[in-house]
Design a protein around this ligand. Structure first.
Ligand SMILES: Cc1cc2nc3c(=O)[nH]c(=O)nc-3n(C[C@H](O)[C@H](O)[C@H](O)COP(=O)(O)OP(=O)(O)OC[C@H]3O[C@@H](n4cnc5c(N)ncnc54)[C@H](O)[C@@H]3O)c2cc1C
Length: 389
């Protein structure tokens, strides 16, 4: 295959991507050999080791400034690392990069004390967190919250409510909890930092999903917090909506990049198999119905990758339009679901067998159309930006 069009947007970051790929090949692939191969979450101590090692090598949370423990890399480079993690097919590679348990852009709005105590350990890979936003009656409509934060007379807060589908709550060091603040001085959706060992914060039921993620219920049973638990201090009261929109854009581009990498990996498996497997006296890759799966998959993947990288480049240039991230996430996640399905079809029964990478990816990739806002919600964002609705 000649040079791919998207390589134009990769230029300038090739060295760091090569170096990350070499780390994955040399260190993570051998470690992953002992995993069961069914797509279960790798053990917490292994994930912690991978995170710490990657942070020491400068890959983890690399777009954070050096004074916070990052490498000061452009966001485009980080997006390319997530792409490389997906493309590697190594089940440990995603844990070498900061995801939904890593540094949250919400904490960039934190007070200096919060940045030091909570953000820096996340950037260094020494701690993890969870984000508790979703509730039984507030999913896509995320800020119609029933969880409340009531101000005490001494300026502190009491949190009450129930959060659902919270990733990493069973392993995190602290939670970022979004609750509706009620106080005389003002209110609205507000982010609080709550240590996971708080006696009134309870991890409830665990939701076993299709694959790869463990989600939990979090119960806020009169969680008493000091005044300085509000992210950003007093200015942060009622500010979670504005801060949340900013942080989601980057998270969505990271998900898009991971999806594009998964699509490339699935296509590679499909092409390799189609070149070898024979039916009716021919290699199956010679049949146009098989080519259709792989060529259309390639066209859609390349388009999604170009879109994602262009949006990441715009972020580096200071343009962080939510509709751009929504377009990229919508396109890349839906493409990955289709491409993995196409690659599995090319493999016939072989790809359906437990232990085959496509069997796992078929279950794993589906969550990408839900996390960070469903595909329908990405369309709502784009429609609004088009002046519709
Ligand atoms: C793997 C995984 C990890 C997650 N991690 C976290 C986490 O760490 N923290 C957290 O707080 N949450 C997390 N979530 C929850 C996730 O954010 C929500 O599931 C998601 O926002 C959708 O909400 P919902 O499931 O309640 O669906 P609903 O909002 O009930 O939506 C149901 C259906 O209606 C559609 N819909 C809703 N509103 C509209 C509209 N206006 N227009 C068109 N269609 C609409 C949706 O697209 C969907 O198809 C996670 C979910 C998954 C699957």
């Amino acid at each position: 295959m000649t040079t791919a069009p998207s390589s134009v947007l990769e230029a300038g970051h090739r060295e760091i991507v090569d170096s990350f790929e070499s780390f994955v090949r040399r260190e993570l692939v051998p470690l992953a050999a002992d995993l069961p191969g069914n797509g279960d979450l790798p053990p917490a101590d292994l994930r912690s080791y991978v995170r710490g090692r990657s942070a020491r090598l400068g890959f983890y949370a690399a777009d954070h400034p050096e004074e916070l423990g990052g490498s000061g890399m452009p966001f485009t480079a980080v997006v390319l690392l997530h792409h490389a993690a997906g493309r590697s097919g190594c089940p440990l590679a995603p844990y070498a990069l900061a995801g939904s348990d890593g540094p949250s852009p919400l904490l960039r709005q934190g007070t200096p004390e919060q940045i030091e105590r909570y953000l820096v350990p996340l950037v260094r890979g020494e701690a993890t967190r969870c984000l508790a936003l979703t509730e039984p009656d507030a999913g896509s409509d995320a800020f119609r919250l029933s969880s409340t934060a009531t101000r005490r007379e001494d300026g502190g807060w009491v949190l009450r409510g129930r959060k659902t589908f919270v990733s990493n709550a069973g392993h995190a060091d602290f939670a970022l909890v979004i609750a509706e603040a009620k106080s005389e001085g003002g209110g609205g959706p507000t982010a609080f930092v709550v240590d996971m060992d708080h006696p009134r914060l309870r991890v409830g039921q665990r939701y076993a999903g299709m694959s790869g993620e463990e989600l939990y219920e979090l119960v806020l049973d009169d969680v008493e917090l000091p005044a300085d638990a509000v992210v950003g201090g007093e200015a942060g009261v009622g500010a979670a909506l504005a801060h949340g929109i900013d942080s989601l854009s980057r998270g969505r581009l990271v998900v898009a990049a991971m999806c594009n990498g998964i699509s490339e990996y699935a296509l590679r498996l499909g092409v390799e198999y189609a070149r070898e497997r024979r039916a009716f006296g021919e290699r199956i890759g010679a049949y146009q119905h098989v080519q259709e799966h792989l060529v259309t998959g390639r066209a859609e993947t390349e388009a999604a990758k170009l879109l994602t990288l262009a949006c990441a480049r715009l972020v580096d240039e200071g343009v962080e339009a939510p509709e751009n991230a929504a377009l990229a996430k919508l396109t890349a996640s839906e493409t990955a679901v289709r491409v993995v399905d196409r690659a599995l079809r090319v493999h016939g029964a072989t790809g359906w067998v437990r232990g085959h990478p496509l069997e796992f990816l078929y279950r794993y990739v589906r969550m990408m159309t839900i996390v960070e806002g469903t595909s329908e919600i990405q369309k709502v964002i784009v429609a609004r930006a088009m002046g519709l609705g």
